[in-house]
Design a protein around this ligand. Structure first.
Ligand code: ADP
Length: 597
C-alpha cells in the first residue's frame, strides 16, 4: 500500500470500525479465557482429586490389614501392579512409619531403596486419619503430580497409607486443548470481525464516500449531482438533506442567473452609457455604449483604474467628488474624440453602509443641444426676417403720416412699397405656417394618382407672365401619361417652388427644363435652369431654412429663404429624397426622387 493510501486507511472509518470490533473480541476473549482457564483448572483438579480419593477408598478395601502389619510386600506388590493399569494411577502403599511397602511403578527389588515417605504432606495427613491431597513436582518423574493419600485402617487405627499419584499432564493437556479451541475461536472471531467490519464499513462508507465526492463537486460549483441509492438510516437522512440542499442551491443559482441575465440585457441594451466603479475608482463594469463613446474594450477596461482605462479628467473628477461626498453630481461634457458629441454625465454614489462605489450614467444630448440651437437660430432668423419688412412699413407709414400723405407725387409710391412689404410679410407667414404644418407630424397626405405632365403644365402656366418678363423659355419635357401616387397639392407646391427659383435665379433669355428619369422603383424629376448657379460651398446647406446664397438678392426677388426647406419636407413626407447639381455661372439642376412602389 502506498504511504498516502496507508495514511488514508489509518484515518479511515473502516479501520476504526474493525479496530473496535477487534477490541471488543479481544477483551471478551481475554476475560473468557482468563476465567475459563482458572475455573477449568480448578474444576478438573477437583474432579481428579475426588476420583483419586474414590479409587483410593475402593482399593483400600482390597488391602488386607494383615499384609500391612506383617509387611507382606509380595502380595501387596502383586495387588498394586494388577490394579494400577486399570486406574492409570501410580499406587504406593506405605506403612505407618513411612516405609514404602509396594509401588506400582517400581520393581519389587528396588522398593527397599526408596526414600521414607513420612515427610510427604499427604502421607502425614493420611496417617493422622484424614485424606491427604498434594500437588507437587516429582523429581523422580520430572512432572507435576497430584497425590491423594487414603489411610489404611484397622479397627479405626491408621496402620498405613494408600497413595495414588497421577501426573497432572492430563489436566494440562485438557486445558491446552481448551486453550487451543478458545484461541482458534478467537482467531476465527478476528477474521469474522475483519470481514464483518469491512462489510459494514463498506455499506456505511459507500454512501458517505459518494457524499464526499458530491460535496467536492458542490465546492467546485457543480450542483447537478445527487446522492443515489440512499440507505434508510441516519446516513440516508444526511444524503437526503445534502440532495435537498443541492437542489435548493441549484434553484437559487438558476434564479440569480436569470436575474443577472435580465440585468445584463438591460445593461447592454441601454442607450445611455453606464460605468460602475468601486470606492477606489476601479472600473467594475461598463456597457457597450461606453465602449463606443470612449473607444475602449470592456475586457480591457474592467478591473483598471478609471483614468487608466478612460482618459477623461472631467468624469474622473466627478467620480472623485461623488465618492468623497456621497452626493449625486452631474456635468455637461463635450467630447471631440473618439466621437464629436455632447453628453450629460450623472454620477450617483452606491451605498452599502458607506459609499462603496459610484454609478455613472452618460446621456447623449447632442441632438437636444442641436435642436435647441436650431430652435434659437430659427427664432432669430424669423425675427430678423419679420423685422426688415416691418421696419420698412413702419418707416413709410410714419413718413406718410408726417405729411407725405399729401405729397401727391410720392404717396402712391410709398403705399405701393408698403404693400410690397406687407406681401413679403404675408409670404413669409404663409411659408412659416406651411413649414410648421409640415413639421408637425400631424400631417396626413392625401395621396392619389397624379398626372405629372399635367401638373407641371399648370404650374408653368402660372409663371407665364414672370417668365415672359425675363424672356425665359420654360419647357415641360415630362412624358405623356407619367403619373405617380402622391399628394397633388403638395407636389404642386414642390414644382412651384423649384420653378419659381429657376426663373428668379435665371438670366434674361435663359431657359428652364422640367424633365424626368425612370429610376429603380422611383421617378426622378429634374428642374434644370441656365441661371446663375450656386457656389460649391453653399450646396450642402442650400436646403436649410433661411439659407440663401445672396440674402439681398433673394429678398429683392421676394424670396423668404424657406422655399427649398418646404420642398425637402414635402418630398421626405413622400419617402423620397432631394438634391441639386450646380455650377456657378452655368445653371442648376434641382431634383427630387419619388418612389413608385
Ligand atoms: P428663396 O425664397 O430665397 O428662394 P429658397 O429656399 O427657395 O429661398 O432658396 C434658397 C436659396 O437657394 C436662394 O436664396 C438662392 O440663393 C438659392 N437658389 C435656389 N434655387 C436656385 C436656383 N435655381 N439657382 C440659383 N440659386 C438658387
Amino acid at each position: 500500500m502506498k504511504p498516502k493510501r496507508w495514511l488514508a486507511f489509518k484515518r479511515s472509518f473502516k479501520l476504526k470500525l474493525i479496530f473496535s470490533y477487534v477490541f471488543v473480541i479481544l477483551v471478551s476473549f481475554a476475560l473468557v479465557a482468563f476465567f475459563l482457564d482458572k475455573s477449568l483448572e480448578k474444576n478438573s483438579l477437583r474432579n481428579l482429586e475426588s476420583s483419586l480419593v474414590i479409587q483410593g477408598r475402593l482399593i483400600e478395601d482390597l488391602i488386607a490389614a494383615d499384609n500391612i502389619t506383617k509387611e507382606d510386600r509380595a502380595s501387596l506388590d502383586t495387588l498394586v501392579k494388577s490394579i494400577s493399569p486399570e486406574t492409570k494411577c501410580r499406587i504406593t502403599i506405605i506403612n505407618k512409619k513411612g516405609v514404602v511397602l509396594a509401588d506400582s511403578e517400581k520393581p519389587q527389588q528396588y522398593i527397599p531403596d526408596m526414600e521414607n515417605h513420612i515427610g510427604r504432606p499427604e502421607v502425614r495427613t493420611a496417617l493422622a486419619g484424614a485424606i491427604g491431597i498434594d500437588t507437587r513436582y516429582s523429581p523422580t518423574l520430572k512432572i507435576d503430580m497430584l497425590y491423594a493419600a487414603v489411610p489404611i485402617k484397622d479397627h479405626n487405627e491408621s496402620i498405613g497409607v494408600l497413595r495414588l499419584a497421577l501426573p497432572l499432564s492430563s489436566v494440562k493437556d485438557t486445558l491446552s486443548v481448551i486453550r487451543k479451541i478458545v484461541f482458534a475461536g478467537f482467531v476465527f472471531s478476528l477474521v469474522l470481525a475483519f470481514v464483518l467490519g469491512s462489510l459494514v464499513a463498506r455499506k456505511t462508507i459507500g454512501p458517505i464516500n459518494r457524499m464526499i465526492q458530491i460535496s467536492r463537486r458542490f465546492s467546485e460549483g457543480d450542483f447537478s449531482r445527487r446522492v443515489i441509492r440512499v440507505p434508510k438510516d441516519e446516513i440516508g437522512e444526511l444524503a437526503d438533506t445534502l440532495n435537498k440542499m443541492a437542489q435548493d442551491i441549484e434553484d437559487k443559482i438558476r434564479e440569480i442567473k436569470a436575474q443577472n441575465q435580465k440585468l445584463a440585457a438591460v445593461f447592454n441594451s441601454m442607450i445611455e452609457g453606464v460605468i460602475i466603479v468601486d470606492k477606489e475608482s476601479r472600473i467594475i463594469s461598463i456597457n457597450p455604449t461606453i465602449e463606443k463613446i470612449f473607444g475602449v474594450a470592456k475586457k480591457n477596461a474592467e478591473g483598471k483604474m478609471f483614468l487608466e482605462a478612460i482618459r477623461n479628467n472631467d468624469i474622473s473628477e466627478v467620480i472623485g467628488a461623488v465618492l468623497r461626498k456621497g452626493e449625486v453630481a452631474s456635468l455637461e461634457l463635450t467630447l471631440r474624440y473618439p466621437v464629436n458629441r455632447i453628453f450629460e454625465v450623472n454620477a450617483a454614489p452606491i451605498f452599502d453602509t458607506s459609499v462603496t462605489g459610484c454609478l455613472v450614467v452618460i446621456h447623449d444630448i447632442t441632438e437636444i443641444r442641436r435642436l435647441e440651437t436650431v430652435r434659437s437660430d430659427f427664432v432669430a432668423n424669423v425675427s430678423h426676417e419679420l423685422k426688415t419688412p416691418l421696419t420698412s412699413i413702419k418707416g413709410f407709414v410714419e413718413t406718410l403720416l408726417e405729411g407725405a400723405l399729401d405729397d401727391r407725387e410720392n404717396n402712391r409710391t410709398f403705399v405701393t412699397i408698403i404693400r410690397e412689404h406687407a406681401e413679403r410679410l404675408n409670404n413669409l407667414v404663409n411659408d412659416l405656417l406651411s413649414l410648421a404644418h409640415l413639421e408637425s407630424r400631424e400631417i396626413t397626405l392625401d395621396k392619389k394618382d397624379v398626372d405629372l405632365r399635367r401638373l407641371a403644365e399648370g404650374v408653368i402656366l402660372g409663371f407665364k407672365a414672370q417668365a415672359k418678363k425675363k424672356n425665359i423659355a420654360i419647357a415641360d419635357e415630362l412624358p405623356e401619361g407619367l403619373s405617380i401616387n402622391a399628394d397633388k397639392d403638395r407636389l404642386e407646391q414642390v414644382l412651384t417652388n423649384l420653378i419659381d427659383n429657376a426663373i428668379k435665379f435665371n438670366n434674361d433669355k435663359g431657359s428652364v427644363r422640367v424633365y424626368s428619369r425612370e429610376e429603380d422603383a422611383a421617378i426622378k424629376i429634374i428642374v434644370e435652369d441656365s441661371g446663375i448657379g450656386i457656389p460649391g460651398k453653399d450646396l450642402p446647406r442650400i436646403f436649410e431654412r433661411f439659407y440663401r446664397v445672396d440674402k439681398a438678392r433673394s429678398r429683392e426677388l421676394g424670396g423668404t429663404g424657406l422655399g427649398l426647406a418646404i420642398v425637402k419636407h414635402i418630398v421626405e413626407l413622400h419617402n423620397g429624397s432631394v438634391g441639386v447639381e450646380s455650377a456657378e455661372g452655368f445653371g442648376s439642376a434641382f431634383w427630387f426622387i419619388l418612389p413608385t412602389a
